[in-house]
Ligand binder design. Structure first.
Ligand code: TPP
Length: 344
């Protein structure tokens, strides 16, 4: 049980949930340590934004389990390609983007393979990683993902494509077009909708007349699954099942509705006290994914307070190191302004 009396994730199973999913204790501990690092990094990015050093932050706090659970499933599968969105810093870290690249990607310094300092929020693409993240235009990655999946299917590859987006993004026409096309052609796509019930300040009930976004999938001819997006292991399980379904001859797309929380304002430019009550925020904090995984691991005796403190110290040291290094890194060379924009 958590300090708030909530059940810890999947704690009622006889065999610990992660072991029944094929994850070892060490793998899950490493995953937890990475989640601690993500939290420290996110807090640092917000602090640097306040200092005028990072232009914008879209905090991932509250959606780490969703973002990282998906990435863990994709990474352990080994044949997935991802189209993340702006709240997916955790996903990128799990997929191998280093803390240094994450930091310089936000500050806009030279030396990050994603975008060479030409984009913000670590957007871009790099042949080093099976990921493309080109734009903050909500929903625009969905038709890219579906097109990529179509290409993979034509080429006979076994790639499964992930696209993440928010509940607000799901209202875009492009989302419906992408899901319709994916359903018709039974494409190997996993639509990963992070439902934090807010599109900036617009609550879910003003965006749609349904409770579960997953219900929409039936209209496109494929399954929609509601997942507790604050439970890393449930996300991992659902993502693995979706990958298997995508490869099944009678399978195709899956819509995962990941019910997450937003623990910070929409972005560093937003003041959420103008539209959220303190009670609403407290409810969200009770579902903090980091706290939930901590409670799960502590309950099993896999994590101890000492080890937890060690992870937190290591994370702070690493984030301090990359902050200093990134602040001292050169700005992109202006003579190379047009480099990488188009193929030579
Ligand atoms: C096509 C388009 N319209 C409007 C915006 C401005 N905008 C940026 S984020 C956002 C809200 C998106 O909310 P949601 O999809 O629920 O994702 P969340 O930020 O809550 O994770 C909006 C309207 C945009 N980027 N693109």
């Amino acid at each position: 049980m958590s300090p708030n009396g909530e059940k810890s994730p999947s704690s009622t199973k006889a065999m610990p949930a992660h072991r029944s999913l094929g994850l070892t204790d060490d793998q899950l501990l490493g995953f937890y340590a990475q989640m601690v690092l993500v939290r420290v990094m996110d807090d640092r990015l917000i602090a640097l934004n306040r200092q005028g050093k990072v232009p914008l932050v879209a905090s991932c706090q509250g959606s780490e389990a969703a973002s990282m659970g998906l990435a863990l499933a994709a990474k352990t599968d080994g044949s997935c390609f991802l189209f993340p969105y702006y709240r997916d810093m955790p996903l990128k870290l799990v997929m191998g983007v280093s803390p240094m690249e994450t930091m310089i990607g936000h500050i806009g310094k030279d030396g990050n393979t994603f975008n060479g300092g030409r984009q913000f929020l670590l957007q871009g693409a790099s042949p080093n990683f099976p990921m493309i993240h080109l734009s903050n235009v909500v929903g625009s990655n969905l038709s890219q993902a579906v097109g990529y999946a179509m290409g993979c299917k034509i080429l006979g590859e076994d790639t499964v494509v992930f696209a993440s987006f928010g509940d607000g993004g799901s209202s875009q026409g492009e989302c419906h077009e992408a899901m319709n096309f994916a359903g018709i052609h039974k494409l190997p796509v996993v639509f990963c909708c992070y439902n934090n019930r807010l599109a900036i300040s617009v609550p879910q009930e003003k965006q749609m007349a349904i409770e579960d976004l997953a219900d929409r999938a039936a209209g496109y001819g494929f399954p929609g699954v509601v997942v507790d997006g604050t439970d890393s292991l449930e996300v991992f399980r659902a993502a693995k099942e979706a990958i298997n379904r995508a490869r099944d001859s009678s399978g195709g797309p899956t819509f995962l509705e990941l019910k997450v929380e937003r623990l910070k304002p929409h972005t560093s430019d937003d003041d959420d006290t103008r539209y959220r009550t303190p009670e609403d925020m407290e409810d969200s904090l009770r579902r903090d994914p980091l706290m939930r995984l901590n409670v799960y691991l502590m309950g099993l005796g896999i994590l101890t307070p000492n080890l937890d403190e060690q992870f937190r110290q290591e994370a702070r040291a690493e984030v301090n190191r990359v902050t200093d290094a990134a602040e001292n890194a050169p700005w992109p060379d202006v003579s190379n302004l047009h480099g990488r924009l188009y193929a030579p």
